[in-house]
Design a protein. Structure first.
Ligand code: NAD
Length: 426
């Protein structure tokens, strides 16, 4: 694969490099960021197709920053290791030096990382989430002109805020037939009044914890986003009618946040009222209703606030509407700390062939620029990607999507596609 070299990219060499220029982003006490003109951004290349899509993203983001700001702003990219490459070079999949660098830099970006099955290896993605308390997974889903399975994809433009640290993610499981399951069952029947008919001897039990603190900080992040970006229609979802102590509580806590001084008068909750200037409306929607609505009238929603499991279903359905996860960016965001990433996996079946679609990580790069406050550069990436679709050029998966719809399209390699995007930035 062609290697795209740039003087502001510092690949890993024995250790994460100290770049000749650039400064670290500063995390202020109130958790806002002070972003210098030349921020140092660590990147994790990723496994599988990572070495192909990550340079493609860097190429596009560099072009956008340069064409938008000239010499006045520049990202200084420093490679840090995780996954297969880290194991090969340093003998561990998530080295401490990577964690230290990510902490110092505050904001970073990563390609997909695999979790070897059956080797007792823990997921690096989960470890990163825990290390930086990335409590909100943010996935904007919007259509840019790519082939899709639905006739009117322009109606999809929604940002899913999925809670990342609570619910079944933090849950504990007791498998049927184990001593632990037996103990928990006995406790529930003897001490907690559970009926034996609901807990026969062969039950397996999953505990689903949900906390007020974790819910509220996540909801605040989503409501702030809705207000700052004038996204009027906000839904909080859950099966509160069935799981009252958890998903019902999640919904109730969301409405309590709407009453906090920061949001009172700005977040309206009367389902019949229309939000005015500077206002957004928060309503509750049962999860299964939301799944139906996303298909039948997706334009009804701008922001969806979900706990962990529902957020998983909803974000994947929304992504499918606009062509799949390959077209969706993602940000893991905590109190200031943020790590942007592609939403798909390592795609080993196509790795090394130069045909991977780099859009998920490239749009994540644009999302990162927005997070830094460099909105014009991000917009220039969105506009350029749209133009590639108008001109019917893309990686083979994109071209064949068009061809299936009877539309002629040109297939190019991953890096060629990055160059096609960059050449359309003006
Ligand atoms: P996958 O996304 O890697 O692959 C599913 C299918 O989609 C494959 O046919 C693949 O070729 C195709 N595909 C995926 N991304 C593509 C792209 N950019 N362009 C063209 N085609 C693409 O999913 P999987 O096979 O379930 O997972 C493989 C590995 O990735 C697993 O180890 C899993 O844990 C990991 N994973 C990591 C992340 C992450 O780092 N955030 C996310 C999901 C899966």
């Amino acid at each position: 694969m062609e290697n795209l070299k740039a003087d502001n990219v510092y690949p890993w060499e024995g250790k994460a490099q100290t770049p000749a220029e650039g400064e670290f982003i500063r995390l202020n006490e109130d958790k806002t960021l002070s972003v210098p003109d030349k921020p140092i951004i660590p990147y994790i290349e990723g496994d599988g197709i990572g070495p192909e899509i990550t340079p493609a993203m860097i190429h596009v983001v560099n072009a956008a920053v340069e064409k938008t700001y000239g010499d006045s702003k520049k990202i200084i990219w420093v490679e840090v290791l995780a996954g297969d490459k880290a194991e090969e070079k340093l003998g561990e999949r998530l080295p401490q030096e990577t964690l230290d660098f990510l902490k110092e830099a505050v904001v970073g970006i990563k390609g997909p990382l695999g979790t070897p099955v059956g080797k007792g290896v823990k997921s690096i993605n989960s470890a990163l989430r825990r290390a930086f308390d990335f409590y909100s997974a943010v996935r904007p889903v919007y259509w840019m002109g790519q082939p899709t399975p639905i006739p009117d994809p322009q109606r999809v433009d929604v940002v899913v805020f999925r809670e990342n640290t609570d619910d079944v993610y933090a849950g504990i499981e007791f498998f049927s037939g184990t001593e632990e399951a037996k103990k928990v069952r006995e406790f529930l029947i003897k001490e907690m009044g559970a009926k034996e008919s609901g807990f026969p001897e062969d039950v397996g039990i999953t505990v689903k914890p949900m906390s007020e603190f974790k819910t509220k900080r996540h909801v605040r992040k989503a409501l702030r986003y809705a207000l700052e970006n004038n996204r009027k229609n906000v839904a909080v979802i859950g099966k509160g009618n069935i799981m009252k102590a958890t998903e019902g509580a999640f919904i109730n806590w969301a409405f309590e946040v709407a009453e906090e001084p920061e949001f009172k008068g700005k977040v309206i909750t009367d389902p019949e009222a229309e939000p005015g200037d500077g206002q957004v409306k928060l309503v509750k929607v049962i999860t299964d209703q939301m799944l139906m609505q996303l298909v039948l009238r997706p334009d009804a929603w701008d922001v969806i606030i979900a706990e962990n499991l529902n957020g998983d279903y909803v974000s994947d359905l929304a992504a499918a509407l606009i062509g799949g996860p390959g077209f969706v960016p993602s940000g893991n965001i905590g109190d200031g700390y943020a790590l942007f990433e592609s939403t798909h996996g390592t795609a080993w079946d196509i790795a090394g062939k130069g045909i991977a679609n780099p859009l998920s990580i490239t749009l994540s790069g644009a999302m990162m620029l927005e997070y830094l406050g460099w909105k014009e550069a991000a917009q220039n990436i969105y506009d350029a990607v749209r133009k590639t679709f108008e001109d019917r050029v893309g990686t083979p998966d994109i071209a064949s999507g068009f061809q299936k719809q009877g539309i002629e399209a040109k297939a190019v390699s991953t890096i060629e596609y990055a160059k096609e995007i960059a050449s359309r930035i003006n």
